[in-house]
Design a protein around this ligand. Structure first.
Ligand code: TEU
Length: 512
């Protein structure tokens, strides 16, 4: 069970700005609550993975407060503090959330600190061994408490390319004279030295589970991340999330198509499964809801939602489910930008306005991609605020909670929730576990448009997975006779010899 940050935070970036790594924020409870959670999880043989946010801390953290009081003192060395160019920022890098990565140190005209994310998230200086030891100390403290591991936030960012310099301005439309932050990271070398040290000093003695969140790495480095001697157990597979992305901004992003999805997934698995296990996701707290994002408008229904679930569960890899995904929660409706809390969305909204789009259009554009789509309260039942709270939630509940909620789906055998349970059950079933967890993923029938088909070949069993990713029937001629049907999200299977008639969004797992 991965818990997004619940540490003490001013919540500028929903807890990814930590002001005390040793405290639970009161909005979530107390340290006693946390201890109880750890103990109760242990009793159930469940494992807790916490978020490790150590590329940056909050500007409210004691270290940063002290650094601002005396930028040339001991704590100044905890951060990247640099002279500017006659009052202008030292380099031309754009932060992930818009604007320069440099912010002036209060009281100084030509002194700046670095923040790859928001200005309230100053980057920690990993080159300073004292900082690294502080971080390892904190990791050990949590592992001593009994958590089982960490999800490592934005971890590629910890290694900067030094000395800092300008990079060519992006050829995009943001018109701010800056370059994207990832360019500097592409030039940085040696992140693995930090990561191996962290593994040795903090994770390995506790056999901790680690999963890295990283973008902008070179594919040939995969072995160093998840190979036998890699720094992590696993990293998230974001390949399909990058489909259609544009450096210009969200207004320029393209919709995902089944064909592209297939191409990207097959290419990634071909390489990655030889090295280690990447983690399969449909969505997370940084993405819109997967069912709204991947499926064409008007075709989002329980059958197509189950198809997406089936695929992520049957691809080679370690599946991670994000809260609400198991009931097929969808993107929400923002009536105005005031309904949005996320800084990333607000930046994209302003960028869109700057380019001349009207307010309504800008809202529509960001509504499709906003991280807040996935951050609305969990939909437990049809009562007020979806049964999540009697207070005021931080974001409005998705108005569809009366139809899409846990209570309703628990009562139905054919619900999305029941399908998720079925798929999880299958992965744990002693008969199929070996082939589903370890079996190689081998593409088949690749030329059939909008069909995603592959084998999973294990030591003893071979499974054939078929997904008809479109709102139309299709006859698929198989290369072999099939045995039993293990999973089917639609009406009974109709076979004519070796030809199977697939229904819209039908998903099948067959034994061959
Ligand atoms: O995200 C890292 C990251 O690179 C994000 O900027 C990502 O590209 C973006 O959210 C996609 O829309 C991690 C956390 O998951 C995110 O919630 C934090 O905001 C960020 O780090 C800073 O800690």
């Amino acid at each position: 069970m991965w818990i997004s940050p619940i540490y003490q935070s001013p919540f500028v970036d929903q807890g990814y700005d930590i002001s005390d790594y040793y405290a639970i924020d009161p909005v979530f409870g107390t340290m006693e609550d946390m201890d109880e959670l750890i103990a109760e999880a242990k009793k159930r043989d469940m494992h807790i993975v916490m978020d490790l946010v150590v590329n940056h801390c909050s500007d409210q953290h004691e270290w940063f407060q002290k650094a601002m009081e005396d930028p040339f003192g001991e704590y100044g060395k905890y951060f990247y503090i640099m002279e500017g160019k006659d009052g202008l920022p030292p380099t031309n890098w754009r932060s992930y959330f818009g604007g320069s990565v440099w912010e002036k140190v209060p009281g100084y005209d030509n002194l700046f600190y670095l923040h790859m994310f928001a200005k309230e998230q100053p980057d920690l200086n990993w080159e300073n061994p004292v900082v690294r030891e502080e971080i390892y100390k904190n990791i050990r403290w949590w592992l001593e408490k009994g958590i089982s591991g960490f999800r490592l936030d934005a971890i590629i960012n910890i290694k900067k390319s030094l000395p800092f310099r300008d990079y060519p301005v992006d050829g995009d439309d943001r018109g701010d004279g800056m370059c994207r932050p990832g360019i500097m990271l592409e030039h940085a070398e040696g992140v693995h030295d930090f990561l191996q040290e962290m593994k040795r000093e903090a994770f390995a003695p506790y056999h901790a589970f680690t999963i890295g969140e990283l973008f902008d790495f070179h594919p040939e480095e995969l072995e160093k991340f998840i190979g036998d001697d890699g720094c992590f157990e696993s990293i998230f597979d974001f390949s399909t999330h990058l489909i259609g992305a544009s450096p210009k901004g969200w207004y320029d992003c393209k919709k995902v198509t089944a064909e592209e999805y297939k191409k990207v997934v097959f290419a990634n698995k071909e390489i990655s499964q030889e090295i280690g296990m990447m983690a399969n996701i449909i969505e997370n707290h940084d993405e819109p809801r997967g069912v709204s994002h991947y499926l064409p408008e008007g075709e989002v229904n329980e059958t197509s939602k189950k198809m997406l679930c089936g695929l992520m569960m049957m691809f080679y890899g370690l599946p991670f489910l994000y809260q609400g995904q198991e009931i097929g929660m969808e993107n929400t409706v923002f009536e105005s930008i005031a309904d949005v809390d996320d800084i990333n969305t607000i930046d994209e909204y302003n960028n869109t306005l700057r380019l001349g789009f009207g307010r309504e259009e800008a809202l529509k554009i960001v509504s499709e991609r906003s991280r807040d789509n996935a951050r609305t309260p969990m939909q437990w039942d049809a009562s007020e605020n979806a049964g999540f709270t009697k207070g005021t939630p931080w974001l409005k509940v998705n108005p569809n909670y009366t139809e899409i909620n846990v209570a309703e789906q628990q009562m139905r055998e054919d619900s999305v929730l029941s399908f998720y349970k079925e798929m999880i059950d299958l992965r744990k079933n002693s008969e199929y576990k070996e082939v589903i967890v370890y079996g190689k993923q081998i593409p088949v029938l690749e030329d059939v448009t909008n069909l995603i088909a592959f084998y999973r070949k294990g030591e003893e069993k071979t499974l054939l997975v078929l997904a008809n990713w479109e709102n139309a029937e299709k006859e698929v001629a198989l290369n072999e006779e099939v045995g039993c049907v293990i999973v089917n999200n639609s009406v009974d299977l109709e076979m004519n010899g070796n030809t199977v008639k697939m229904r819209p969004y039908q998903f099948l797992v067959l034994e061959v």
